[in-house]
Design a protein around this ligand. Structure first.
Ligand code: PYR
Length: 555
C-alpha cells in the first residue's frame, strides 16, 4: 500500500504514527513542482507530467509524497502556460492514486504574493483538498505563526495533513547571527506543534543549512517536539547531499529530492545520487534505483524543450551563504536587474541584497518577503542609496510599493519587529498595523464573483474559477480570453506550444480521449498589406487554410 491509502484508511494521526513507527528515510519527489520552479522558471507543462505520471505511480510507489502543486505553479499555469492548474491536479490525481500529493502553501498569502482574506484562504484549502491535495506545507514568509494559524486550522478540518514550516535563515553555527539561534527554531517548532501541526517542515529555501547545522538542528528539534521532521533544501552550494546525509544520521524522517536530471544547483539534491551516497549506512535509502534512473532519462529529454527558461547557472555557487537569496529568486532578480538597466551591475545588486537584509533587521527571505528585499536592493543601487544616506535622502523619496507595504505590516510582523527609524523614513505619514492583516480584510463575496465571471466572460463559473479570479483577477481574465481565442492549447506538445510548427512538420494532437488530430504545416503565405497571412495545412489528410494576423508584420 502507498502512503495515500494509509492516510485514507487511518487518517492524519494514523499516518503520523506510521511515519514515527518505521525507521526508513522517506522521500518526497519535487520534480513536478519545486525542481522546475527553481530550474526552469516554473514552466513545465501538464502534458509532460501526464505522459510520465503512470510510471511515477508504479515506479515511485514507495515515496512519501509528490510535491506537485502550489508555490508559483498556480499563477504560472494561468499566466504563461494558459492552462488550468486545477485540471493538472485532478488529472494527476486519477493517474497517481497511491502516493500522497503535496502542495506548497504560503500561509496567509495562499499561492499569491499578498495577504488574502481568511475566507479565501479557507475556501482555497477546502477546494484543493477536495481536488486531491493531501499534505499542505504551510509557511509564513516572516516565520510569523499568526500568519499560518488559519491555514493550519482549515487543513485539519479538511482531514488532511498540516505540515507546518520553519523557514531556515542565517546560520546556527555562527554566533554573530544570534537572532536565528537553535533556541529560536526550537521555540518556533513548539509553537507550531501547539498550533496543530501534524508534521514539522524545515524549509531551507536558499540552501543555507550546512551539514553540521542540519545535524544539530534536526537532533534538537526531535528532542523539542514529538513531530516527524521533513527537511527541504536546495543544492545551490553543491553541499546538499552532505547536508541530507547528516540530517539522516540525526534521525530526519522525510527529505525532499528531485529526479537526477531535474536536480542540483537551485533545485533539490538528486534522489539518484543520494541513493548511492547512503549505501552501507544504517539508514540507506529503500528507493528502487532502476526506476529512478529510467525516470531521470525521461526528464533529461523533456528538459531540453525548456532550454529558453534555464537560469544559466552552471556550477555550484558557494556565495549563496553570503547573499542568502532563495533558489527561485536568483534568475528572476537577475532579469529584473537587466530590465532596469542594472545588468552589468549584477554583482553590486547581489551584495546590496545582503546589505538590505541587514538594514531591514535580518529578516526571513522567502516568497514574498524575498521579493521585498530584492526590490529594495535594485532601488538602492539605482538611486545610489546606502546605509547612511537613506535616513536623510530617503525622507523625500517614494520607495517601491512592495517595500512600503512590508513596513506597513501587510505581510505580517518580522521576528524582533521592524527597525523603527527606517520604518519612519519609508512610511512617512502612513500608518503601520501590528494585527494580522486577515483580520482587517473584507471577506470575499464568492457569489458576487461568480456572477461577475459569468457576465464578463459569458461562461458559467466553477468554484475553482471563482477562487482563481479572487486571487488573480487580471491573470485569470487574460487566461480566459486566450482560451476563448485559441481553445484549449494545453493539448499541444511542448515544442509546438513554445516554438510553433516548422514547414512540412506533422504533429498528432489528442484533443480528447481517443480523438486525435493530425496536423501538417504545408505553406505560409506572403504577408498581405493588412498584416494577415494565409496558412496552408492538412488536417487529418484534408487540405485546409486559415487567415491569421501576423503580429510581426508591420502594417
Ligand atoms: C514559493 O513560495 O513558491 C517557494 O518556492 C518558496
Amino acid at each position: 500500500n502507498g502512503t495515500k491509502q494509509i492516510l485514507d484508511e487511518c487518517g492524519p494521526e494514523g499516518l503520523v504514527e506510521w511515519i514515527k513507527q518505521q525507521n526508513e528515510v522517506l522521500l518526497t519527489d519535487t520534480t513536478f513542482r519545486d525542481a522546475h520552479q527553481s530550474l526552469l522558471a516554473t514552466r513545465v507543462r501538464s502534458q509532460d507530467m501526464f505522459q510520465i505520471a503512470d510510471y511515477n505511480a508504479r515506479m515511485l510507489h514507495n515515496f512519501f509524497s509528490f510535491e506537485m502543486w502550489g508555490g508559483a505553479t498556480f499563477d504560472v499555469s494561468y499566466r504563461f502556460l494558459k492552462e488550468d492548474p486545477w485540471a493538472r491536479l485532478e488529472t494527476l490525481r486519477k493517474q497517481i492514486p497511491n502516493v500522497l500529493f503535496q502542495m506548497l502553501f504560503r500561509g496567509a498569502n495562499a499561492v499569491g504574493y499578498q495577504n488574502y482574506p481568511d475566507n479565501l484562504i479557507r475556501e482555497f484549502i477546502k477546494e484543493s483538498a477536495g481536488s486531491g491535495i493531501d499534505v499542505f506545507r504551510i509557511f509564513d514568509s516572516l516565520n510569523w505563526i499568526k500568519g499560518m494559524e488559519v491555514a493550519i486550522d482549515e487543513v485539519r478540518q479538511s482531514g488532511k495533513i498540516a505540515e507546518a514550516t520553519i523557514c531556515y535563515t542565517g546560520d546556527i553555527l555562527d554566533d554573530s547571527r544570534s537572532k536565528y539561534s537553535v533556541q529560536y527554531y526550537k521555540d518556533m517548532a513548539k509553537a507550531l506543534e501547539e498550533t496543530g501541526a501534524h508534521i514539522l517542515a524545515i524549509k531551507d529555501m536558499a540552501g543555507l543549512l550546512k551539514p553540521e547545522a542540519a545535524y544539530r538542528l534536526v537532533s534538537e528539534l526531535k528532542e523539542a517536539t514529538n513531530l516527524p521532521i521533513h527537511l527541504h533544501t536546495h543544492d545551490t552550494s553543491g553541499n546538499g547531499i552532505y547536508t541530507y546525509a547528516r540530517a539522516i544520521e540525526a534521525g530526519v524522517d522525510i527529505i525532499d529530492t528531485a529526479l537526477g536530471s531535474m536536480s542540483g544547483l537551485t533545485s533539490q539534491p538528486s534522489a539518484n545520487s543520494l541513493y548511492y551516497a547512503m549505501k552501507g549506512n544504517k539508514r540507506e535509502l529503500r528507493a528502487d534505483i532502476e526506476s529512478l534512473e529510467q525516470l531521470s532519462y525521461y526528464w533529461d529529454d523533456v528538459r531540453k524543450y525548456y532550454n529558453d527558461f534555464e537560469s544559466g547557472m552552471n556550477s555550484p555557487h558557494s556565495e549563496i551563504y553570503v547573499h542568502e537569496m532563495p533558489g527561485g529568486q536568483y534568475s528572476n532578480l537577475q532579469q529584473q536587474a537587466k530590465a532596469v538597466g542594472l545588468g552589468d551591475r549584477w554583482d553590486e545588486v547581489k551584495k546590496m541584497y545582503s546589505r538590505v537584509n541587514l538594514l531591514f533587521g535580518d529578516i526571513v527571505k522567502v516568497t514574498p518577503s524575498s521579493k521585498v528585499v530584492g526590490d529594495m536592493a535594485l532601488f538602492m543601487v539605482q538611486n545610489d542609496l546606502n546605509e547612511e544616506n537613506i535616513y536623510t535622502r530617503g525622507i523625500t523619496i517614494d520607495f517601491p510599493d512592495s517595500v512600503v507595504e512590508f513596513f506597513q505590516g501587510y505581510l505580517g510582523q518580522p521576528h524582533g519587529g521592524f527597525p523603527e527609524e527606517l520604518q519612519k523614513v519609508i512610511l512617512k505619514d502612513r500608518e503601520a498595523i501590528t494585527v494580522r492583516p486577515g483580520e482587517l480584510l473584507e471577506p470575499v463575496d464568492f457569489k458576487e464573483l461568480e456572477q461577475t465571471i459569468e457576465q464578463k466572460f459569458g461562461r458559467s463559473a466553477t468554484k475553482q474559477d471563482v477562487l482563481a479570479y479572487a486571487l488573480y483577477p487580471k491573470v485569470f481574465e487574460q487566461y480566459v480570453s486566450a482560451v476563448n481565442q485559441f481553445g484549449d492549447i494545453s493539448v499541444l506538445d511542448t515544442p509546438t506550444f513554445f516554438y510553433g510548427l516548422k514547414l512540412g512538420e506533422e504533429i498528432e494532437v489528442e484533443i480528447e480521449k481517443g480523438k486525435t488530430l493530425i496536423i501538417k504545416l504545408i505553406e505560409i503565405g506572403e504577408p498581405q498589406h493588412d498584416g494577415t497571412r494565409i496558412i496552408y495545412f492538412e488536417l487529418n489528410g484534408q487540405s485546409r487554410e486559415l487567415v491569421i494576423q501576423d503580429l510581426t508584420v508591420e502594417v
